[in-house]
Write a protein that binds this ligand. Structure first.
Ligand code: SF4
Length: 432
């Protein structure tokens, strides 16, 4: 019965009767002890039904009159506080037929709470509307920009539930209108951490894109962005020539037309001296620095991501130097792309292959896995489990060792475990 609140189990008639009986008992107890039936969330549709008993006829009628004075047509929040239906009347899940079968590429058990596959994952949304906030947090950036319901996490989750309830959900996932609704989702994953129900729209969008590609083919734009590591490597190998198109207005217009890349934003600049090249050239210096360092912290695996390594290597170089000054023996893991780019474009076969290759190469590495690109490190933690299965021990090992720079922890002298905040790292480097 309670599971209904998490959108995982459709309530049946017996559980609804039981739920109502529990609520009535609570109301009676609250009335007996002079308490209030609701707290920070107000009465809503769940508790308004009991207000006449709680407040008494006189007060309740007064509230009805006030409501009638300010809202004669009963347009604002009808059914809340006064004149409410039974709390069991609008239980949305009761109306949903069982989810039609759908074979998904991703293991969605982690995002659905184990129930009802992809629809269960989308149906976690309880329509609270916290994703419509604009004053704090980061969920949902596209809604903050457009203020349209369909660009909120809730709007997208509801659109997906509707598609996944159709008789042929695979066909419904290819619907153009659905993808217009999903299009502005940046896949930032803010909803996964800020939504109280943990709706993970980024993962759902990826699966929806994959299903659409099966029906309509994969757009050129998606293929190009999915191959970002190969493109960045090629760009760096041919720099500075490869940076020319980014500066020529004609080329930018062509890129805009063919791939939808806006000419009003600068393109990243390919660096000739990539991070792996810099690291390989200074191998001897590195070994000396590490052995000289009195506060040796152990081996650390640096993830060569597809972005900063080729277009902003200075960021990675600075971080590696800082880590070495703090006593870490940094080793480079250049095992290919984590699959993030392919995942975000719904190229899930490719993403799975890349994820598997990288996990294989990282499985033999030592110490924490750290990098300069948070989205790649978080891919090791989250998306790899959806791509390769949450039971794979190699995936669990790599996920458990993947850390953002500011999360890095050090076991000092084998006993003390302390957080290595960047400020602490800088202090350690200065003290060295
Ligand atoms: S992942 Fe998409 S839906 Fe979720 S907060 Fe980010 S932009 Fe919004």
């Amino acid at each position: 019965m309670i599971a209904t609140a998490a959108g995982t189990t459709a309530p049946n008639a017996v559980s609804m009767v039981r739920m109502h009986a529990v609520a009535e008992e609570i109301r009676d107890l609250v009335t007996e002890f002079g308490g209030a039936n609701s707290s920070e969330h107000g009465d809503g549709l769940a508790r308004s039904e009991f207000n006449r008993q709680l407040f008494g006829d006189q007060l309740y009628e007064a509230m009805r009159q006030v409501k009638g004075l300010f809202d004669a047509d009963n347009r604002m929040n009808p059914g809340k506080i006064v004149d409410s239906p039974s709390m069991t009347e609008h239980l949305r899940d009761a109306a949903l037929p069982p989810a039609p079968p759908l074979r998904t590429m991703l293991d969605l058990s982690l995002v659905s709470g184990g129930a009802d596959g992809m629809r269960g994952a989308a149906d976690r949304c309880m329509n609270i509307g916290l994703c419509r906030k604009t004053d704090a947090g980061v969920m949902c950036p596209s809604y903050m920009a457009t203020r349209r319901e369909e660009d909120s996490t809730r709007g997208r989750a509801n659109a997906l539930v509707k598609a996944l309830t159709m008789a042929d959900p695979a066909a419904a996932l290819g619907d153009q209108r659905l993808h217009e609704v999903l299009d502005l989702c940046l896949m930032c994953k803010a909803c996964k951490s800020e939504c109280p129900l943990g709706v993970d729209l980024a993962t759902l969008k990826s699966e929806a894109l994959h299903q659409a590609h099966q029906l309509h083919g994969t757009p050129l734009r998606s293929r190009v962005f999915g191959a970002i590591r190969a493109l960045n490597r090629l760009g760096s190998a041919t720099a500075p020539l490869s940076n020319l198109p980014g500066r020529l207005p004609v080329a930018r217009r062509l890129l805009g037309r063919a791939l939808g890349i806006t000419p009003s934003r600068p393109l990243p600049t390919f660096a000739r001296a990539t991070l792996p090249r810099w690291f390989a050239r200074r191998g001897v210096v590195r070994g000396k620095r590490c052995s000289d360092n009195a506060s040796h912290s152990g081996p650390l695996t640096w993830l060569v991501d597809s972005f900063t390594s080729y277009t902003e290597p200075a960021v990675g170089i600075a971080a590696i130097e800082l880590l070495e000054r703090a006593g870490w023996d940094v080793r480079l893991a250049d095992g290919g792309c984590c699959g993030r780019a392919a995942f975000s474009k719904g190229l899930l076969d490719q993403a799975r292959k890349q994820a598997s290759g990288l996990v294989d190469s990282l499985a033999g590495s030592d110490g924490p896995i750290v990098g300069a690109e948070p989205s790649c490190l978080l891919t090791l933690r989250d998306e790899h489990r959806a791509l390769l299965g949450s039971d794979d021990p190699r995936v669990a090992d790599v996920a458990g060792r993947a850390q953002l720079l500011d999360e890095l922890q050090q076991i000092a002298h084998g006993t003390t475990r302390r957080a290595w905040h960047p400020v602490e790292l800088i202090r350690a480097a200065l003290a060295d």
